[in-house]
Design a protein around this ligand. Structure first.
Ligand SMILES: O=C(O)CCC(=O)C(=O)O
Length: 277
């Protein structure tokens, strides 16, 4: 059994360069090659197997299994491998560098798995409008377990869109409407006007990660490859300035988080993995 009390996050195999940090500030996303060892990638793959065989109730709702799409979130609450990843992997320290915050709190983890031939796209969106939190120190780290190409549903980003003032409606792969806030803007039709946007995407190998801002616009196509599985973990982290801010039409949280509006994110559901070192 994994023991959170004694675990320490590992140091990343390298720190991000000044050039990478500046690109993240300007573009809202970077590809950071080879920051995770194969051992961590393997551990995530084991966690995914466990979650697929025992998905959460929300995972059952979000997945579109007949179309080769499997999703879940807050896996670490149920799965020892994901718990180990939260508390012992280099992700917390990587987030610490990006957030420039000595305190690093795990927000949540999320799986996106698309089988070869899956026709399920991830519609263009940004993440912050899904979330009942506010603050500036928020980052997602997207970790592929398989080689990823644009054919096998590589993520695409609109360069610099985290600096736009727009706030877009939250659209999920199942087009579920409960998170669609009518007061927010519709996402423009990026796919029909791809020439008008500067789009960024990368072919990735296991060990590479994408690091991105919660307001950068991103999405992915279905997996049109015939034989490339596409499994990815999104690991999301926040710094000390992020508070619980329950807004209508945002993602439901596990009920026992114990936070009141305005409280700094923390507690049993949002563990502070690094505190002030
Ligand atoms: O993997 C995907 O297709 C979507 C990932 C995503 O939207 C995210 O991690 O925020």
């Amino acid at each position: 059994m994994f023991d959170m009390a004694t675990s320490q996050p590992e140091a990343p195999s390298r720190v991000l360069s000044g050039f990478e940090m500046e690109a993240l500030r300007q573009d809202g996303v970077i590809c950071a090659p080879q920051v995770l060892s194969q051992a961590w990638v393997d551990r995530i793959a084991i966690g995914i197997e466990g979650t697929q065989s025992a998905p959460s109730a929300l995972g059952e709702i979000l997945s579109l299994k007949d179309r080769g799409f499997f999703a879940d979130l807050f896996m670490w609450l149920e799965n020892d491998d994901f718990r180990h990843i939260v508390f012992s992997s280099p992700l917390a320290r990587l987030a610490q560098q990006v957030l420039d915050s000595p305190t690093v709190t795990h927000w949540y983890d999320q799986l996106f798995l698309k089988e070869p031939g899956s026709d399920v796209p991830t519609p263009w969106h940004h993440d912050l409008t899904f979330w009942p939190i506010s603050g500036d120190q928020i980052v997602s780290i997207w970790i592929p377990i398989d080689s990823v190409t644009s054919e096998s549903s590589g993520l695409e980003f609109v360069r610099g869109s985290h600096r736009w003032s727009n706030r877009f409606k939250a659209i999920t792969p199942d087009y579920n409407s409960f998170m669609v806030n009518p007061e927010l803007e519709d996402m423009p039709d990026i796919d029909s006007n791809r020439d008008e946007y500067e789009l960024l995407s990368w072919d990735l190998e296991p060990g590479d990660v994408l690091i991105f801002h919660p307001l950068v616009v991103h999405g992915s196509s279905g997996n049109s490859s015939s034989n490339m599985m596409r499994r990815a973990l999104s690991s999301r982290w926040v710094g000390a300035d992020v508070v619980y801010d329950p807004k209508p039409h945002t993602m439901p949280l596990p009920r026992n988080h114990g936070l009141d509006p305005g409280d700094r994110l923390g507690g049993p559901i949002f563990p502070t993995v690094l505190s002030g070192e």
